[in-house]
Design a binder for this molecule. Structure first.
Ligand code: GLU
Length: 510
């Protein structure tokens, strides 16, 4: 089995195309096949090397690797269409020699007039066949006179083209609705339908798996395979990924590219798992279930073992970011905390918490990560969740009228004063020491439950809510102990926080 992903490098990798790449990859990896990356860059105006590099980076980020491709090499290269022009030229010549193709001198303006006329008359807007009847001599004479023709494929008349699509079943087109397609443009560049056939055939692709938007190209391609004497691959056309309004997912629905989802803080394993679930149910689980079933959480290697084209639904799948977030939460919970710490660094910097942690800094962040990873949807929410470790401003906290109100209470004031006293002489807090301090405060002040813990929370985190105190306070003190050169911002410890809070309290409450 040989499959390929053939992106046009004219922008970012769309999640729908990433899903096409993924399905090809899953099939190759599950069946011991070969996965090829081919860059379809014959549209010189729209293709860029930057886009190619971005697509390659995004595929790698998703964990998809290829056996043959522009960087990987392989025995069927080159793998960029722009480096294969000589091949298209020679096959076009072969078709011209066999009269299966002909030169077309129609100008763009003329073709447009004909197209408008056809539309106005309610006829299909296909090529009228003007140059079909030119003799070879007539064509040669015009070329000799300096005209630059395109090459068109002569579509056989009055035939059905039938193929069995691995996803959609039998698909049938009549050649009457297919106008003769341009296979080589006047500028010498091959058209998509021609280059793709030459490449898939020469690269010995056995299964062409691509988006449904290409289904109407397939009969043209099949006719070209026949004319060139190539044997046909199997075809599978995947339903497009839709937005919530059931139109193809596009910018107006929000994020569409793999790069955008990465920068929002989704993990690659989550995006890959979720993309596979659009239109595919792992075998052994039931179709049509709703979000939130663990049977759908399948790591990529496991998916490869279970993936089969027959299980891919032929109706469009809606991209549901809520469900993606659910999948992401799962992978955040099981991910290595050091990795999450590393991945979170850019988000901290973006949020204004500047850091360039070394190994000690990362280890600290990783230890604090448990407070965040179980309660966020995405990595870009981590800094807000952990901000209590980094920002502390007693005066600003007491600037909040609700906090001041709460501190009017004698019991609350007693708790924070006793807290400052206890911490002044206590070692840095870990979970057990914090529990011991809380018990001391309970005995000394007679406060318990919320009346005990809420003032502690306000005084030490500067916030009315947040993660469990027995996670947050030890994290704060571990941060306070970090060496100055660990690449982390200065973190104020609990002892210093309690003292600052009492001092600020003395200024606002008498
Ligand atoms: N370059 C085409 C695209 O990006 C590839 C289509 C195909 O796989 O044949 O849509």
């Amino acid at each position: 089995m040989r499959v390929r992903f053939a992106p046009s490098p004219s922008g970012q990798l769309h999640v729908g195309n990433a899903r096409t790449a993924l399905f090809n990859w899953l099939l190759a990896r599950g069946r011991g096949g070969t996965f090829i990356l081919r860059i379809e860059d014959t549209d010189a105006e729209r293709s860029t090397r930057d886009s190619e590099a971005a697509i390659v980076r995004d595929l790698r980020w998703l964990g998809l690797d290829w056996d043959e491709g522009p960087d990987a090499g392989g025995s069927h290269g080159p793998y960029r269409q722009s480096e294969r022009l000589h091949l298209y030229e020679s096959y076009a010549q072969e078709l011209l020699n066999a009269d299966a193709a002909y030169y077309c001198f129609c100008s763009t303006a003329q073709l447009e007039v004909e197209r408008q006329e056809a539309l106005a008359a309610g006829r299909p807007a296909r090529y009228a066949g003007t140059c079909r009847r030119l003799s070879r001599d007539q064509a040669q004479a015009r070329i000799a006179a300096g005209e630059r023709p395109a090459v068109r494929f002569r579509v056989p008349e009055n035939r059905d083209v039938v193929f069995t699509d691995a996803v959609r079943g039998e698909v049938r087109f009549h050649t009457d609705v297919i106008g003769d397609p341009v296979i080589v443009r006047a500028d010498g560049h091959p058209a998509y339908n021609f280059a793709v056939v030459v490449d898939d055939a020469l690269m010995e692709v056995t299964h062409v798996i691509r988006g449904e938007d290409h289904i109407s190209n397939t009969p043209r391609q099949i006719l070209l395979y026949e004319a060139l004497g190539f044997s046909l691959p199997a075809f599978a056309h995947l339903a497009l990924v839709m937005g919530p309004d059931h139109s193809p997912l596009s910018k107006r629905h929000g994020a569409t590219s793999v790069a955008e989802f990465r920068s929002k803080g989704y993990l690659p394993e989550a995006l890959v798992n979720y993309l596979a679930l659009i239109g595919w149910s792992p075998r052994g689980s039931t179709h049509g279930r709703s979000a939130g079933d663990d049977a759908e959480l399948v790591p990529i290697d496991e998916m490869a073992k279970r993936f089969a084209l027959e299980d891919v639904g032929h109706s469009a799948g809606v991209f549901d970011e809520e469900k993606l977030a659910w999948v992401n939460r799962h992978y955040l919970k099981i991910a290595d905390p050091i990795r999450l710490a590393e991945l979170s660094v850019p988000y901290f910097n973006e949020a204004g918490i500047r850091m360039a942690p070394d190994a000690r800094g990362l280890e600290f962040l990783a230890s604090a990560m448990t407070m965040a990873s179980a309660s966020v949807d995405r990595l870009n929410q981590v800094p807000a969740r952990l901000a209590l470790v980094f920002d502390y401003d007693a005066a600003a906290t007491l600037g909040d009228p609700h906090v001041r109100d709460e501190m009017q209470n004698d019991g609350a004031r007693a708790v924070v004063r006793a807290l400052a006293e206890e911490l002044a002489s206590a070692p840095r807090l870990d979970r057990d020491r914090f529990r011991a301090v809380a018990n001391q405060l309970k005995t000394r002040t007679g406060q318990k439950g919320k009346a005990l813990f809420h003032p502690i929370r306000l005084a030490l985190t500067g916030r009315a809510e947040g993660p469990e105190l027995d996670l947050a306070l030890p994290a704060i003190d571990r941060g306070a102990e970090l060496p100055a050169d660990a690449g982390m911002p200065k973190i104020l410890g609990n002892r210093e926080r309690a003292a600052a809070f009492v001092a600020a309290l003395d200024r606002v409450v008498d």
